[in-house]
Design a protein around this ligand. Structure first.
Ligand code: DGY
Length: 417
């Protein structure tokens, strides 16, 4: 079977009717940013199903505007922590944090692919605006977007969070049984040290019923993050373009964009020569080059200062781009966000570069991504040195990246990116 058909089959097999699992077993629910990729992947062959994916995601929106990072549509004992631990307060059982807000950007892309979907996009636009307003109200520090849990950035165990995680006292977290390590080799997953702190943060949020004002006072973890800052900045630009097309009130959005542009600049770590995460509670940069450092172009910031570090990191591996600097202490080529190459990040990074005219690096990242999939199918992530598949197999968002982008040659990719 050719790769296109394999990718379509992955999406169909992970389809639970209205929402798509990232992969069976390891992730048995609807994840927020995975779902945006799934919607786009479906739109390449079944646009109706693509729109439904986004609608199901938005149906979990909380009263205050937040769209949660996990929607627990149907309880599955194979996942921990489930809805009983999170105790989210939305219309659908959910987690209590959000995730990188890429849905508006994918909605704009999907509309380009399927103009007939416009009534459905119009219906979701106000929901997306409320979600973006929620970030502006609750997650800013000097204009940069903060996370309140490592899972909010989507880059769960990235070295960016190590310093802030060290400040969390996990005493009293209690006994629990992880499920992720029964699906995937523990060497490719976060450690118990990490999980104790992840769960402690969930318990802290649940203890105040996810009241954001109270949580801001007591949460021991608040980090300004390039993933969130750049994806929200990009999403605000896309929301603005869509709102203008739909004749909506867009008067708040230019100010939001200006605030986030200023916030992005606060993440520039001149000593590192890269965009970095910043611990809000200590005021210190984390000193970490990650693949999120390269998302500035995706946010519309064409920054020549950022390219030398990216070239060095790309040159250090066979299949770029690594999620963490291969020259840094603690680089682990197979452990989740501490080294592996992630097709979804490659897509976001390269799409931004492509749009800003940085085509040679964009082409290089796209070729590396396509080579990984041709070599080893549609894994969650890959060893950047050998290309070995890692994490969950038959992965929805990796299949979507193939269908929507990686399978094209460079000239074709320019047309679709
Ligand atoms: C997990 O369970 O590993 C998820 O990434 C949390 O969002």
């Amino acid at each position: 079977m050719d790769l296109d058909e394999q990718a379509r089959q992955i999406l169909r097999k992970n389809d639970k009717g209205g929402y798509t699992l990232p992969t069976h077993g390891l992730y048995p629910y609807q994840w927020n940013w995975d779902s945006a990729f799934a919607a786009w992947g479906f739109t390449t062959f079944d646009p109706d199903r693509g729109w439904t994916e986004l609608e199901t995601l938005m149906s979990g929106q909380w009263d205050d505007g937040m769209v949660p990072h996990i929607l627990f549509h149907k309880v599955d004992p194979g996942y921990f922590p489930g809805p009983d631990v999170w105790q989210g307060r939305g219309p659908i059982p959910s987690s209590g944090i959000s995730q990188p807000p890429i849905a508006a950007s994918f909605m704009r892309k999907m509309l380009g692919m399927d103009p007939a979907g416009e009534p459905r996009a119009r219906a979701m636009w106000p929901q997306l605006k409320r979600w973006h307003a929620w970030f502006m109200a609750w997650r800013l520090d000097e204009g940069a977007v903060c996370i309140t849990h490592p899972w909010e950035a989507g880059r769960d165990n990235a070295p960016d969070w190590d310093a802030a995680m060290a400040g969390i006292d996990p005493t009293g977290v209690g006994e629990y049984t992880r499920r992720d390590t029964s699906h995937v080799d523990p060497a490719m997953r976060p450690t118990k040290y990490d999980y104790d702190r992840y769960i402690k943060l969930v318990q802290t949020g649940a203890s105040v019923n996810w009241d954001h004002a109270k949580l801001k006072e007591i949460n021991p973890f608040r980090v300004a993050d390039p993933t969130m800052t750049f994806t929200l900045l990009r999403a605000q630009r896309d929301l603005l373009a869509l709102g203008q097309k739909f004749g909506e009130d867009v008067s708040d959005i230019p100010d939001w964009i200006e605030t986030l542009e200023k916030g992005a600049e606060t993440l520039w770590n001149a000593e590192l020569g890269a965009y970095d995460s910043r611990d809000v509670l200590t005021g210190k940069f984390n000193g970490i080059f990650s693949n999120a450092s390269a998302l500035c172009w995706y946010a519309g910031i064409d920054d020549a200062r950022a390219m030398p570090a990216i070239e060095r990191v790309m040159d250090a591996v066979e299949y770029g781009m690594a999620s963490y600097d291969p020259a840094a202490e603690g680089f682990e080529p197979l452990r989740y966000w501490r080294g592996p190459t992630w097709p979804i990040m490659n897509y976001l990074v390269a799409t931004g570069m492509e749009e800003c005219g940085q085509t040679s690096m964009a082409d290089r990242i796209r070729s590396d991504t396509a080579r990984l999939m041709r070599l080893n199918g549609f894994s969650e992530y890959y060893d950047p040195h050998t290309g070995a598949p890692a994490g969950g197999a038959t992965f929805t968002w990796t299949a979507a990246v193939w269908l929507g982008w990686a399978r094209f040659d460079h000239e074709e990719a320019r047309g679709v990116a």
